[in-house]
Design a protein around this ligand. Structure first.
Ligand code: OGA
Ligand code: NI
Length: 338
């Protein structure tokens, strides 16, 4: 069922109805079939009863708000480094260069990755290293809250990945192996949309149209509408549908790496965020396998008539390229770092 409000020929508000996966459902076959349908259709679904308490989610959102409420000079002290950890100011990210002329996204963010101490040899890997944290005492309990969320969200992602594995005809623990989600690249990103009204005709967006890079993304949002998906990126004109926030649910979407891995059987879908004048907070958790995982057409996704569409690629190589394509060069911030 889809709701639509028409004004002349223009669609003002179309709300998409997504399948809902209940992680506490003992009938795994039902979950697999709902998830499979969602992954073939639009690559987006809700996940409920995921085990993270509402109380704790509220705490994470509260801490996120406290960070973004800091003065800009405090936030610039924890500016994102070359390992993609820390603060990303408004207009840092240009997701859709063709349609966002000279401006980036009207959102600010904060990246928190897997914490690997500086002196650990693993810290040399491009997406591993120590995180950047706001100064001690500035935001009491902040780091602990974020680290706890990082761990809990990873468990949710692993539970979802098991259902994805079954939906792809793989062993249930396919993504649990050490080179997969046993040693994941997992990035928590706090996001704050400042309340600018978006205007697609002027190329002004909260977040420009993009698909996520990795395996899956878990997204928690507040109750402000803003996220839109486009099920068919080649349709002219493109049709954008809102995804409504559901209290307590994660909105989960598949990333390009999974699309590639599954030989395009599963879809990563274009999405964007439109600002409506209200401030909006969301929390994205991007999940990818280990740096050294070779992303090579899954055995169940190829046949004589449907050979692999892409050559194998290492996970870290793929991700590095995607980040480089969409983020400002760090040197543009030099003037702030005196
Ligand atoms: C993202 C994203 C959507 C949102 O960060 O990749 O799509 O609602 N975020 O903030
Ligand atoms: Ni996204």
């Amino acid at each position: 069922m889809e709701n639509q409000c028409q004004n002349g020929t223009e669609t003002l508000l179309k709300v998409s109805t997504l399948n809902c996966i209940d992680l506490s459902n003992p009938d795994i076959h039902q979950s697999v079939s709902l998830l499979k349908q969602a992954c073939l259709d639009c690559g987006f679904f809700y996940v409920i009863n995921h085990g993270i308490s509402q109380e704790f989610m509220d705490e994470v959102f509260g801490q996120s708000k406290s960070f973004f409420a800091l003065p800009l000079n405090e936030k610039m002290k924890v500016l994102r480094n070359e390992k993609h950890r820390g603060y990303t100011p408004v207009l840092d990210e240009l997701l859709d260069p063709d349609n966002q002329v000279h401006v980036g996204d009207y959102k600010e963010g904060y990246y928190i990755g897997v914490e690997v101490p500086e002196d650990d040899p693993e810290a040399e890997k491009p997406f591993y290293g120590p995180n950047v944290w706001p100064e001690d005492g500035l935001l009491p309990g902040w780091r602990q809250t974020m680290e706890k969320f990082h761990h809990q969200a990873l468990e949710v992602a692993k539970a979802v990945a098991r259902i994805i594995a079954l939906a792809l005809g793989l062993e249930v623990d396919f993504f649990d192996k050490p080179e997969m989600l046993g040693k994941p690249i997992a990035t928590l990103r706090l996001l704050h949309y400042g309340g600018q009204v978006s205007d697609p005709s002027k190329g002004i967006y909260g977040a420009g149209a993009h698909s996520d890079y990795g395996l899956i993304t878990l997204l928690a949002t507040d109750d402000v509408m803003g996220l839109q998906i486009c099920k068919d990126k080649d349709a002219k004109p493109q049709i954008w549908e809102y995804v409504a926030p559901v209290k307590g649910a994660f909105i989960v979407n598949l990333g390009d790496m999974l699309e590639r891995w599954s030989n395009c059987i599963f879809k990563s879908t274009l999405h964007r965020v439109l600002g409506n004048g209200q401030e909006r907070y969301s929390i994205a958790y991007f999940v990818e396998p280990s740096h050294d995982c070779l992303v090579e057409c899954l055995p169940t996704c190829k046949s004589e008539n449907n050979p692999p569409k892409f050559p194998p690629i290492y996970c870290a190589t793929y991700l590095s390229q995607r980040y480089k394509d969409t983020h400002a060069e760090l040197s543009v911030y030099k003037k702030h770092q005196t």
